[in-house]
Design a protein around this ligand. Structure first.
Ligand code: SF4
Ligand code: SF4
Length: 197
């Protein structure tokens, strides 16, 4: 038997879910329904107006100068490619003003990475061999670009600004193993620091 689950309800009460589906149509709408030709003609006028508006933009753009980036045949090291300043490309491992590596192998970037694509092996600095200004440095620092999603979380997590995003974007390859970048691939060369002085 179909009925309400509430114990106080009357035996023949209509269940609440069924009540919600009953639509009351006012008498005046039944007597004076809106003519369908009216809505149809308004819809045609609206469509014509939208098409005219769209075509006006198209014709206006036809006479504007063409703007394209001449990549890869453009000038300069970027071969014509242009980037917004915040473009997140391949990572760069930075050095400090003394040429030391900024990475201190704290693993915070690897912990923050949602793709788990950063692999680090730490080593101790010694008096004879000093790579970074702290106790430790990254002996191995790999990023697997097969998995990196360029989210920038590693850059945000780094306490020493050792890892940043560069503008490198030509990463495509047919060999997936080429997409595992090593520290040597990402580290700023010492010559780049001295060249700027
Ligand atoms: S950009 Fe994102 S996915 Fe790529 S290495 Fe950094 S944290 Fe991981
Ligand atoms: S890059 Fe930054 S966060 Fe990552 S291990 Fe080095 S110092 Fe730590």
């Amino acid at each position: 038997m179909l009925g309400c689950c509430c114990p106080e309800a009357e035996p023949n009460a209509i269940p609440r879910l069924i009540q919600a589906e009953i639509v009351v149509i006012p008498d005046r709408m039944m007597k004076h329904p809106r003519p369908s030709s009216y809505t149809g003609s308004m819809s045609i006028v609206g469509n014509i107006s939208a098409i005219a508006k769209g075509m006006s933009i198209t014709f206006r753009e036809i006479f504007e100068p063409t703007q394209v980036e001449n990549y890869p045949d453009g000038p300069g090291p970027m071969r014509g490619a242009k980037f917004q300043p915040r473009f997140r490309g391949a990572h760069v491992l930075q050095r400090d003003e003394n040429g030391m590596e900024k990475c201190v192998a704290c693993y915070l970037c690897a912990a923050a990475c949602p793709s788990n694509c950063i692999y680090i092996e730490a080593a101790e600095n010694t008096d004879a061999v000093r790579i970074s200004s702290s106790e430790r440095y990254a002996k191995v620092y790999n990023i697997d670009y097969n998995r990196c999603i360029f989210c920038g979380y590693c850059v945000e997590a780094c306490p020493t600004d050792a890892i940043t995003h560069g503008h490198g974007f030509e990463l495509a390859t047919l060999n997936a193993t080429n997409l595992v970048m090593r520290k040597e691939d990402m580290l700023v060369p010492v010559q780049a620091l001295t060249a700027g002085r």
